[in-house]
Design a protein around this ligand. Sequence first.
Ligand code: CP
Length: 307
Amino acid sequence: MQKLSTRHLLGIKDLTPEDIELIMATATEFKEVINRPIKKVPSLRDVTIANVFFENSTRTRLSFELAEKRLSADTLSFSAAGSSVKKGETLLDTVNNILAMKVDMIVMRHASPGAPHYLSKHISANIVNAGDGTHEHPTQALLDSFSMREKLGDLAGKKIAIIGDILHSRVALSNIFALKKQGAEVMLCGPSTLIPRHITELGVKVCHDVKKALAWCDVANVLRIQLERQQIKYFPSLREYSLYYGINKKMLDELDKEIVLMHPGPINRGVELTSDAADSHHSIILDQVENGVAVRMAVLYLLAAQN
Ligand code: CP
């Protein structure tokens, strides 16, 4: 059996192009499995996985839970709200107590960038980063790539625009790493206050005109304005952001080409996307969610095989 080069999934930055190909191929097999009448396989029957979420989540959490069930793993769920974290217990003590219950793998979302990397230096269980602050969200980028490949085939030479709040987005950084490793061209688009300085050092283009970005790309991956992470004002008002960077169906229909519209969710309808765009034939937003289960099954299966 082919193996990953790593025993944790901390970020896309650490993956080789061969790792990404292996995850894509394995996810393709699991997508076939979850479309059968009997959607379950016994692959992780002897594995126990804890989903440890210190931040809110709908898609990622449910998708991991379902992926684990489809693989026949035993699972337990932890939310910081209502836990002994509120009494001052540390991250490492919390995780070590979970591991004492004979848990093999930790899927963790945390508000602090680097939290899963820190854990990986102190515990022996496999760790999957389910989003660490503004840093990385590797499984989102993998499911985004999988969804793009379903529509476009090989991503080498394909043009992907990532539009929105790049500065606060872990999805943007993981997508940049994933897309560059697959040979795609990447353009970032948004107000200059929401584009990190020196980001072009990662080999991406920057554009501040959303119409030009849409005219350039094969795929527009639109990101949410993350007001909860913004301590200062980066633009005058949401109304003005929407006026200059919001995307509606008419803008997509008027392009003289096919375009694929993506969004990792949750969508701020009427801010970065109008409902008529989000729900249009250009959109593969719900395909992304569907593919998340198969991609996470692949990641969990391949990491468990490392032990
Ligand atoms: N895309 C994503 O990470 O969504 P959730 O925050 O709902 O998990």
